[in-house]
Design a binder for this molecule. Sequence first.
Ligand code: PEP
Ligand code: MG
Length: 554
Amino acid sequence: MRLSGIGVGRALATGPVRRMPDPLPEPPEGESPADKDAEIARTRSALQQVASELTDRGARAGGDAKDVLDAQALMAEDPTLVDDVIARINQGRTGQRAVHEAFFEFQVMLVGLGGYMAERATDLGDVAQRVIARLTGVPAPGVPESDTPFVLVARDLAPADTALLDLDKVLALITRDGGPTSHTAILARSRSIPAIVGVTEADSLRDGQVVVVDAGTGAIEVDPDESVVADTLRAIEERKAALNAPITAGALADGTKVQLLANIGGVKDVAKAVELGAEGVGLFRTEFLFLDSKSAPTVQQQKEQYISVLKAFPGKKVVVRALDAGADKPLAFLNDSEEENPALGLRGLRVLRVHEDILREQLTALAEADAATDADLWVMAPMVSEPEESEYFTALARELGIRIPGVMVEVPSAALLAPQILESADFVSIGTNDLTQYTMAADRLLGSVAAFQDPWHPAVLKLVAEVGAAGAAAGKSVGICGEAAADPGLAVVLVGLGAKSLSMTPAALADVRAELLTVTLEEAKTRAAAALGASSAAGARAAAAAATKVPASA
Ligand code: PEP
Ligand code: MG
């Protein structure tokens, strides 16, 4: 039997299933506390204890997990929710029933908002379960104990569970719920745990059943043949060896150079990028620095942040993106209007243009940081959809002292007009996350359309090919900085389509480096041509894999 879902990461795993216990039963209606004040005090204390337990777990886990768990701790102490719980106890509910009702109502509201907010509803449900468990004196549902490694199967995992998973025991995660941006997915990616989320038939898996999990394809093979298990174990060993191989500059088997760069969100990500051999930075998402800022940062504040990143890469390329505000990354000081479809609205360069003072300040801070350091600074604009926008941005950037201005290609119109864009831009970098979203008309935050958000789709690859050809004709650099670059098989195809550099989350660098070394440029082009001829993402994957067997001269 084969099940499928949305894979996170590229790793393989195999082992027996252990199921996470199901959620606690709903606290009964109709029971009343003998003493309402005592019930309120008991419930307040349970909420506080859960908040501090989550904060402690966050401190132990660190990294992305800390942010997620701190956010959950805030939910447990949210004044609106706490007031609602108390009001319900005053109306005669028990603490556990009041918590269940108040949190559930809030969850329904978040689900109604859709997208990112809907995926936070799971986190809220987990907080409620922990508080109810405390109030009723039962253990909170958690990861099962085991002496031997296993594949964890759950409806969904709470961040608190994912953050502290014992990586010696948990080989992989399979969840029934959750989309590509659920916290299970985010934390699994940052902890390099192979995971497949949104597996609608996950409830059919039983304790002890052996599975092979292929996060790269999102496939789960249940009760596989022994030979499949043996092949998988061999592939896992080969991958380990590749991950431990010496760090070299990115190149193909025939010596063709492919620069391997890191995607970062600030100085906190720099150490990992350097340690894992990034040859520079291909995407510095500067908006991540200011997601919580109420007002625009000053030139001085920005300059300090930029210098601290540039200093880590002397003589190396660092591509900084101007603030990409809006849609999935709203900034309070730039996105003030209500929009029905923010992904199609005033975002990226469009909103910077409306607030040109903020763009000018950012470019000034970057030029000053460049002058103060030895890095090779390139600066690009996000969400460019036509050549005139590239002319505007590059002229302004040059006026303010940026030596190498370029633009991102994230919108199909920009890909189709890449030759004209490259008349003004010194380089282009393809953001495959948004390019896929806009090509396939599928919201990248929405789990229900996740199947469309596949950068292997030949429609997306055709656009990449247009940009690659335009870059070659103009003699200008074409890079990739979306998640697609982190998929080793796709990375080869992207190089075959004309990409000269690949930028990715540093954890993916070793896999991609190893894969590139297995093909020549001719072979990469052969795979790319095969993928372009397919009519679906799955077809493109299969065609590229089959083309591997074609001799280089074919
Ligand atoms: C992209 O869209 O592919 C990209 C790299 O930018 P972001 O993911 O930050 O939108
Ligand atoms: Mg983007």
